[in-house]
Design a protein around this ligand. Structure first.
Ligand SMILES: CC[C@H](C(=O)O)C(=O)SCCNC(=O)CCNC(=O)[C@H](O)C(C)(C)COP(=O)(O)OP(=O)(O)OC[C@H]1O[C@@H](n2cnc3c(N)ncnc32)[C@H](O)[C@@H]1OP(=O)(O)O
Length: 305
């Protein structure tokens, strides 16, 4: 069990002024047809939808990071402020050279119920919808490509954008109480955070069409059966601890090797044959003769079962 030490809690606090704005803004949120958020020509208007937080702990010894969606009063619905924090954290993790693994989970016995509906009701114009969609596409694509072994630990509902978010990690593990549900079609939309594309590539065209058009809930058993989830967390275990133990089989190597393996797989999944082979060669050269390679040769490594 990896112990957390030298962990850094990273939380971006909404400045007081914005809070005031959010306060008066949230006052208007009561009416479903309030004006759309301020038009500042970028995605920064997302911060006018405050509430919740995305917390990150990083352990420089084990190379394990834990990202926590922290909005339990709203079942970890993602506010605009949380979207901005998530993007900041993904950028931070991209540069974390000692990083090997990332666990994404939600506070309390819920993973995430998608976008904060109070925000959604106040940004129904196509301009803000398009900007939010583009922002989350970029953020979750970069999360998916992080040179870390990433796993979403789902305890409770993963609904709408929450279902999409869990497809942006390499693996998914679920408790018995968990379920995944792509409700977008029931809300008159389609996935807005890239989850439709990733789901289709994960489970195939027919199953993706079944799940996206029906909006039905997927149990942990069915998710494992169809390859959408990779493991069921045994009951009575702490979700993060159990997931930390589970992911360790992928992170025994040195950070540079773990990161190189992930980069090879991302290339194989997303690039043309020639580009992917070139990237694989690049990754090979980066680790060939490196500390891990030298140590293995000195160890005269043998691989008995
Ligand atoms: C771009 C859109 C994006 C996408 O799909 O791409 C989206 O994600 S749109 C949002 C999709 N999500 C939903 O529609 C989920 C809505 N929530 C529910 O269906 C239920 O809350 C459920 C089934 C998850 C749990 O029901 P339960 O009865 O157990 O709890 P409550 O409904 O009473 O919820 C407790 C508390 O949380 C608030 N809540 C829940 N989900 C959201 C949300 N997505 N946004 C904001 N707030 C949410 C709910 O309002 C309750 O708070 P309260 O103050 O008591 O009203």
């Amino acid at each position: 069990m990896a112990l957390f030490c030298s962990s850094i809690i990273k939380r971006v606090v909404v400045p007081k002024l914005t809070r005031k704005l959010v306060g008066c803004h949230l006052h208007t949120c009561a009416s479903r047809h309030a004006a759309a958020p301020p038009d500042d020509g970028s995605h920064l208007w997302l911060s006018s939808f405050g509430g919740g937080a995305v917390d990150l702990t990083k352990d420089d010894v084990s190379g394990l990071a834990v990202l926590t969606l922290n909005n339990p009063e709203r079942l970890n619905a993602v506010t605009g402020n949380m979207m901005l924090q998530l993007a900041d954290i993904v950028n931070d993790l991209k540069e974390w050279k000692g990083g090997k693994a990332l666990i994404v989970h939600g506070k309390g016995h819920t993973f995430c119920t998608g976008a904060d509906l109070n925000m959604v009701r106040n940004m129904l114009d196509s301009k803000h919808g398009r900007e939010m969609c583009a922002f989350m596409h970029k953020t979750l694509t970069e999360l998916h490509r992080l040179p870390l072994i990433s796993v979403t630990a789902i305890d409770g509902p993963a609904i709408g954008g929450g279902a999409e978010l869990c497809t942006a990690t390499d693996f998914r593990v679920m408790t018995e109480q968990a379920h995944i549900r792509f409700v977008q079609a029931l809300l008159g939309i389609v996935p807005g955070w890239g989850g439709g594309t990733r789901l289709t590539r994960l489970v195939g065209r027919t199953r993706a069409l079944d799940l996206l058009s029906s909006g039905r809930a997927i149990s942990p058993e069915e998710a494992v059966e169809m390859g959408l989830a990779n493991w069921m967390i045994p009951t009575g275990h702490d979700v993060v601890e159990a997931t930390t133990d589970w992911v360790q089989k992928y992170t025994k190597g040195k950070p540079e090797v773990v990161r190189a393996v992930k980069n090879v797989v991302v290339a194989g999944a997303e690039m043309s044959l020639e580009e992917s082979l070139a990237e694989e060669a690049e990754q090979f050269v980066n680790v060939w003769g490196g500390p891990a390679h030298q140590e293995a040769m000195l160890r005269n490594a043998r691989h008995k079962k």
